[in-house]
Write a protein that binds this ligand. Structure first.
Ligand SMILES: *Cc1c(COP(=O)(O)O)cnc(C)c1O
Length: 230
């Protein structure tokens, strides 16, 4: 089933790239493996996937040692400051930096470890009460602070769009995230680049790619419906 699903996802990615004049290699598929056991992750790995996304630190750290060392683990969920230390050198990208307290902690702990880590700022574009993230208007005033980090590099933005019936409803959300990233980029702030846009999940990644996603996070579309909650 994973093989068939991956073929379908790959086809959709290629179509979305073609219809929006983008290059396939500019979009990274992150296979969201949360709640899935390691044998299913290994199956996707054997089919060529190297980027996997987990939303819980403990789950990611439990799986990581059991799987091939060249997997790029993306931390896509809310990160508590007290867990930062344990995960910093295990992830290629922290997708969901949703507070300055968290970004300060990441920079501080990365400095202690002598490493440089990459992260994205999570934006609550649709202003949903249940969601984490900065509101769009909060970001520009923070740039001066982000500029001062030495061990945390801000590489772009991320959003979790609302659950909708029709993916088209999320097009304005994705567009707004991209416009915000262009605004920020135009300020030319040291240490803040805007090359990455993490947006789009199983229900709406086609639209997200058309609107400029460079990372899409696809779980159920690859691994099937999750048994337990997320
Ligand atoms: C679970 C999750 C996904 C994947 O969701 P699907 O609808 O299964 O593709 C993407 N992003 C985040 C932040 C998630 O927690």
């Amino acid at each position: 089933m994973i093989k068939k699903n991956l073929e379908q996802v790959e086809k959709t990615i290629e179509e979305a790239c073609a219809s929006s004049g983008r290059k396939r290699e500019d979009v990274t598929l992150v296979a969201v493996s949360k709640t899935n056991p390691v044998d299913r992750i290994q199956e996707a790995y054997d089919l060529g996937i190297r980027d996997f996304g987990e939303n819980r630190v403990k789950e990611m750290l439990g799986k990581e040692p059991q799987l091939p060392g060249d997997i790029r683990w993306h931390l896509i969920g809310h990160l508590q400051t007290n867990k930062v230390k344990t995960v910093l050198d295990k992830t290629v990208l922290i997708h969901a930096i949703d507070s300055m307290k968290l970004s300060d902690t990441i920079d501080f702990e990365a400095k202690r470890k002598g490493i440089v880590v990459k992260g994205l700022l999570e934006v609550n574009v649709a202003r949903e009460e249940s969601k984490f993230g900065f509101f769009p208007e909060e970001l520009l005033p923070l740039l001066d602070r982000l500029r001062q980090y030495r061990n945390l590099k801000i590489c772009g933005l991320m959003t979790v769009a609302p659950m909708v019936e029709n993916a088209e409803e999320n097009r304005p959300v994705f567009r707004q995230l991209r416009e915000l990233s262009i605004d920020i980029k135009s300020k030319n702030v040291d240490n803040v680049s805007m090359n990455l846009l993490s947006m789009g999940m199983t229900g709406d990644y086609r639209v997200a790619i058309e609107e400029g996603a460079t990372l899409i996070r696809v779980g159920t579309g690859i691994f099937g419906k999750r048994e337990i909650g997320d």
